[in-house]
Design a protein around this ligand. Structure first.
Ligand SMILES: Cc1ncc(COP(=O)(O)O)c(C=O)c1O
Length: 370
């Protein structure tokens, strides 16, 4: 029987094995591990790729959110609006800044609903943190209009959306700073933890570089409180190598999304993510392929029985559904409904056309569709 895992980590290494090993050996032979050439080179290359003035490599995509909030001066007494359909890291970064996370509903594309953001505004609102979920960038025109009108900071959690665009502009380049995760399963992942920040502001760039390195300036003098959260040079070398094939990787993900759409688009019980074609405002990179199904749990069991692994993000709970966090109650009917329906089909560049066809056949068989 065909076995289709959710992700194939060995594939990620295997497709560039020799180049990656050579890049890592170079770093190790030289002994330059922290804040060295490869990191600067990667920061410049990735900033150019997304069209940002600056990139700052940090330890992971959670620290990047925390540092962005610190650089923006968000703290105690402030409220930060974010979608409840996000990784706990987005809300945790707000919590640890001292501000209060205000969770709102998502829209039909599973991303933060701008109308819900507007409804959640209070005099204490300081920032909006849209999660650019599943490789798609939110309608930033609407969010920027709200932020502009109410003098709010935008900090993007673009952990899942490197390379995705709204109206030709890349995720992570809107607002004061944009945060990316380089976790191994991300569209561009390293071989461990890693994160990135983008900013167009010279002052924010300087602050972020200091914050990730014990508050030190370029002369090594401590000029503020900081932490240790630097993207390792070994990871930067891996990422520089992987960046060479990144555009093809995105193209392939978009092809896979097209194949899913062709295979499943007519099924009434299912709702698929927006397709890659026909909407000039959005360029999606399909970090995930998050579908909805009325008979979700039975369908997932059926797929599992046929060797296809699927998952539900965040262990099946939106942030406001985790009782242990002690959050105030939030009424989020769209998100509650979505979490009875959503799950992820496999989406990664190890998948062959035949495997996607197989997955679609298994789903169609479940619904008795030809
Ligand atoms: C939406 C979102 N935000 C934040 C993060 C945190 O990134 P990291 O795991 O690199 O800390 C992730 C990673 O999974 C994510 O998907």
């Amino acid at each position: 029987m065909m076995q289709i895992p959710f992700f194939r980590y060995p594939h990620v290494f295997g497709q560039q094995r020799e180049e990656i090993l050579a890049a890592m050996l170079k770093v190790m032979d030289r002994g330059g591990f922290i804040l060295q050439d490869e990191l600067r080179e990667f920061e410049q290359a990735i900033a150019a790729f997304v069209g940002a003035r600056h990139a700052v490599g940090v330890g992971n995509g959670t620290d990047s959110l925390c540092l962005a909030l610190q650089a923006a001066g968000v703290g105690a007494g402030d409220e930060v609006i974010l979608a409840s359909h996000t990784y706990i890291a987005t809300a945790a970064a707000v919590h640890f800044s001292g501000a209060s996370p205000v969770l709102v509903d998502c829209g039909p594309d599973h991303l933060i609903d701008p109308a819900a953001v507007e409804a959640a505004l209070t005099p204490r609102t300081r920032a909006i943190m849209p999660t650019q979920l599943n490789g798609r960038t939110s309608d930033m025109d609407r969010l920027e209009a709200i932020a502009g009108k109410h003098r709010l900071v935008i900090i993007e959690d673009a952990a899942q959306a490197l390379g995705s665009k709204f109206k030709g502009r890349c995720a992570g380049t809107f607002g004061l700073a944009g945060s990316i995760s380089l976790y191994p399963a991300k569209v561009l992942g390293c071989f461990g933890d890693g994160g990135l920040l983008f900013t167009d502001s010279d002052a924010t760039w300087t602050a972020l570089k200091q914050l990730r390195d014990h508050g030190r300036n370029d002369d090594g003098l401590v000029v503020r409180w900081g932490t240790n959260s630097r993207l390792d040079n070994l990871q930067a070398a891996v990422l520089l190598t992987k960046l060479r094939i990144f555009p093809q990787e995105i193209t392939r993900r978009r092809q896979l999304a097209r194949l899913y759409r062709e295979g499943l688009g007519d099924l009434e019980d299912m709702t698929l993510p927006p397709g890659p074609d026909g909407d000039p405002d959005h360029f999606d990179v399909y970090q995930n392929y998050e579908v909805e199904a009325g008979r979700r749990d039975a369908l997932r069991e059926h797929l599992e029985r046929h060797g296809v692994r699927t998952i539900i993000q965040w262990a099946g709970r939106a942030v406001h559904q985790f009782a242990g966090l002690g959050l105030p109650p939030f009424r989020l009917p769209a998100t509650d409904r979505l979490f009875t329906r959503c799950f992820l089909l496999p989406m990664n560049t190890s998948l062959t056309d035949a495997e996607v066809a197989f997955i679609c056949d298994v789903v169609r068989a479940f619904y008795g569709a030809k």
